[in-house]
Design a protein around this ligand. Structure first.
Ligand code: SAM
Ligand code: F3S
Length: 461
């Protein structure tokens, strides 16, 4: 009988990616089938996040809810993976002794062997080591679901921003070999994938070993990925301003598959706070990158990550962040209340900003970003946009749905358009969380790329 697997994922896109790879792996090794009904599952996995305190708390309350099921069905397997597992290790077993398996972001490929050991020895297993490259060698080729896919290109982070746990939970930066990444993209393209998002905590720090010697940087990787037949749209997340090379800026000139949208975390608009965060750039550096990018791609839209209420943040620091948001014109972004993480340098800093004040600042920041995002949506009405059709509309199954380059969901009447294709639409209405549109023609992306190539644009050798 096929065993059922339920995975609950907290946190970032890296975790979403890891969860889908775990599902592929368990399907291949144990014929497990993914279910969205936890009460029917034979194996329950939590893929956790410890970037903020709230995310961490959710893990133990979720485990508490699963505890009763384990009492009724002792054969039920409960596993905890991700960054909380990496940080807490066997403390998890002390706090939740009904947990069977604890694995880190770098050891989930060992889950099949851990499950076998559990069934053989009837004792819990913990493996939160950082064996680096071994993981990707052990994973099964990805299965695409639809025309969009994620490809992990590097792991971990070596930046050690003073507020962040990621370098401790995911380990230091480590790039996947170049040939492996390209092979994965080719395999996905052969399955019908048209848009790929390259993933990593700092994708632009990528330096992947090339078969036959040397390394390939991120800009070059993008050019090669764009040359894979069938891949017509490229995104990446997350990049760091410090690793934003001239070559990467030039890629926006030469690689039309690269979308005119960039998520570039800035965190704060105050140099004083950036310095205390150890971000290693100043606002002038950040703005220089943006203006150079906009010279190459005038229509580039930007989103970012912001932390509000970092220890010692004054009203003047915060106002500098608001001013930066207005100057850049950031679109939909992520903003968080600072959360002290145990073991990070910032956790030791004196923090005299009252919580109510921090909350009030966060609300002001979010409202400014919301206003700017609404303005961008409104300005899109009447324009034509190329969208990748990725499924049926969530609210009306008679309509199709896709995304613009700047990541807005667009719903429209099919008019001959098919899932998995690019289609040109005219935006007719801006709604709070989506846009409405009408079809004006088929796939302009391919013809734009061909036109670009005929102009003699450099292609990777
Ligand atoms: N690599 C990315 C970068 O270049 O900044 C960030 C990865 S981090 C997992 C995602 C976001 O979480 C960060 O950009 C930051 O805004 C937020 N974050 C990380 N640690 C945080 C903390 N202690 N409190 C609040 N937000 C935090
Ligand atoms: Fe975290 Fe800074 Fe790296 S935010 S993931 S330590 S770039």
């Amino acid at each position: 009988m096929t065993r059922k697997l339920f995975i609950k994922t907290f946190g970032c896109q890296m975790n979403e990616y890891d969860s889908s790879r775990i599902a592929d792996l368990m399907a291949s090794s144990h014929h497990m089938e993914l279910t969205d009904q936890p009460e029917q599952a034979d194996m329950l996995l939590l893929n956790t996040c410890s970037v903020r305190e709230k995310a961490q708390e959710k893990v133990f309350s979720q485990l508490g809810r699963w505890r009763a099921w384990k009492q009724d069905r002792p054969e039920l397997v409960i596993g905890v993976g991700g960054c909380v597992a990496s940080q807490e290790g066997d403390h998890i077993l002390r706090r939740a002794p009904y947990v069977d398996l604890v694995f880190g972001p770098q050891t989930y490929h060992r889950l099949p062997a851990m499950l076998e050991a559990l069934e053989r020895e009837h004792s819990p297993h913990v493996d939160i080591s950082f064996p680096e490259i071994e993981k990707f060698d052990a994973l099964v080729p990805p299965r695409s679901e639809g025309p969009r896919a994620f490809v992990s290109v590097m792991e971990g982070c070596s930046k050690y921003c003073t507020f962040c746990v990621v370098p401790y939970t995911r380990g230091e930066e480590f790039s996947r070999p170049f040939d492996e990444v390209i092979t994965e993209i080719v395999e996905l393209a052969e399955q019908g994938v048209r848009e790929v998002t390259l993933l990593g905590q700092n994708v632009n720090a990528y330096a992947g070993a090339r078969h036959g010697g040397g390394t390939v940087g991120f800009a070059e990787l993008l050019a090669y990925a764009a040359a894979v037949e069938g891949i017509e749209r490229l995104r990446y997340t997350t990049s760091h301003p410090v690793d934003f090379s001239d070559a990467l800026i030039e890629t926006y000139r030469h690689v039309p598959q690269l979308v005119s949208h960039l998520h570039l975390p800035v965190q704060s608009g105050s140099d004083r706070i950036l310095n205390a965060m150890k971000r290693r750039y100043q606002i002038v550096d950040y703005e220089r990158i943006v203006s150079r990018l906009r010279e190459v791609r005038p229509d580039l839209s930007l989103s970012s990550d912001f932390i509000v209420g970092f220890p010692g943040e004054t009203e003047a620091d915060f106002n500098a962040t608001l001013a930066l948001i207005e100057r850049i014109g950031f679109d939909h972004s992520f903003s968080f209340l600072y959360s002290a993480r145990p073991g990070t340098p910032a956790a030791a800093l004196a923090d005299n900003v009252p919580l109510a004040k921090k909350r009030e600042r966060l609300a002001r920041l979010q409202s400014l970003i919301e206003d700017q995002a609404t303005m961008i949506s409104t300005e899109m009405v009447g324009t034509s946009q190329c969208i990748l059709v990725d499924g049926l509309s969530r609210k009306n199954a008679a309509h199709l749905s896709g995304r613009t380059e700047n990541n807005r969901v667009v719903n429209f009447t099919a008019d001959g358009a098919q899932i998995g294709e690019f289609v040109d639409v005219r935006i007719t209405e801006a709604l709070p969380n989506s846009l409405r549109a009408e079809v004006i023609g088929a796939n302009s992306t391919t013809s734009a790329i061909m036109e670009f190539a005929s102009l003699g644009a450099p292609t990777p050798d």
